[in-house]
Design a protein around this ligand. Structure first.
Ligand SMILES: Nc1ncnc2c1ncn2[C@@H]1O[C@H](COP(=O)(O)OP(=O)(O)OP(=O)(O)O)[C@@H](O)[C@H]1O
Ligand SMILES: [Mg+2]
Length: 282
């Protein structure tokens, strides 16, 4: 029997390990992920890195039930995510922010984050719209929680502003706020620092650490900025052409010949790698 951990989030949910086991995803003849295995330990910041096209987003999409898995198994504690549809993930405790922003630009920040709360109700947003099961009291409670989450993210001054009017870095925060609004035990972030200045990236690094330390949420992070990754990750999984080439603590990954070769060999496509391994974030 596996040992269970008593670790909980601030919102009182048990934090379970995410296990990716022998995962293979194919697109026609292309093997985007080739028998990849790794575990995100409860309460850890786990980075998934690799050059462009390595399979990071494919891995995210497989975990979140968006892409069909050819082989392998993904579990969150005892729950088999392999058989779980994407729209049920939030209820299971997985919050996801996206590589390209998926906010409703004309809706207010409050309403965008509130969308995350709707997924907590049994039937999701659709049933909310059709049957309005929330009482005004529960709606108020959800609204208070949305405001608290926005305070945590430092975006309360924008609550009534259309999300599309915000600076890019703040829109990223709204996207993360929406993912946190499902009260996740695992937060999945796909390139949260992409397109950010050095100062914004340092703020993002602190925010991700706060999510783990203050909310008790595990974080699975895809990110090209090596300074950010090596500065905050407890463990780093490295993909290259769909294969796992390293899975270790940051210091070991940085000195791995296979990793160095993958990055140097892909120097042109790695583009905005954002700094050499080892640079401190912040
Ligand atoms: N829906 C899809 N249909 C066909 N091929 C896809 C699809 N999604 C991804 N791929 C291919 O799978 C491979 C891995 O892509 P993926 O987007 O996962 O890479 P990535 O590591 O996220 O790269 P990046 O750093 O550029 O975001 C690439 O060759 C890509 O072209
Ligand atoms: Mg990607």
């Amino acid at each position: 029997m596996t040992q269970t951990t008593a670790q909980q989030t601030r919102s009182g949910r048990r934090v379970r390990p995410l296990r990716v086991d022998d995962l293979t995803v194919r697109f026609g003849g292309l093997v985007a992920l080739d028998h990849v295995s790794f575990t995100v330990e409860p309460g850890s910041i786990h980075a998934l890195i690799g050059p462009n096209g390595a399979g990071k987003s494919t891995c995210f999409n497989a975990i979140s039930g968006v892409y069909r898995i050819a082989e392998g198994r993904i579990t969150l504690g005892e729950i088999d995510l392999t058989k779980t549809r994407a729209h049920r993930l939030a209820g299971l405790g997985i919050g996801r922010a996206f590589q390209s922003l998926s906010l409703s630009p004309t809706s207010t920040v409050f309403d965008n984050v509130m969308l995350g709360r709707h997924s907590l109700t049994a039937g999701g947003f659709l049933s909310y719209g059709l049957r309005a099961p929330w009482t005004s009291r529960s709606a108020r409670r959800h609204g208070e929680r949305v405001t608290e989450i926005c305070e945590f993210l430092g975006i309360t001054r924008y609550l009534r502003t259309p999300a599309g009017a915000l600076p890019y870095g703040d829109q990223k925060r709204v996207d993360i706020a929406r993912a946190l609004a499902v009260e996740p035990t695992l937060l999945m972030l796909d390139e949260p620092a992409a397109g950010m200045s050095a100062g914004e990236t340092a703020d993002m690094a602190r925010l991700i650490q706060d999510v783990r330390d203050e909310l008790g949420v595990s974080v699975l992070l895809v990110e090209h900025d090596m300074g950010l990754v090596m500065g905050i990750a407890d463990r780093v999984t490295v993909l290259d052409f769909g294969r796992l080439i390293a899975d270790d603590v940051p210091a070991a990954v940085q000195s791995s010949p296979a990793v160095i070769h993958a990055y140097l060999g892909n120097e042109d496509s790695a583009g905005d790698a954002g700094g050499e391994p080892g640079r401190e974030a912040g």
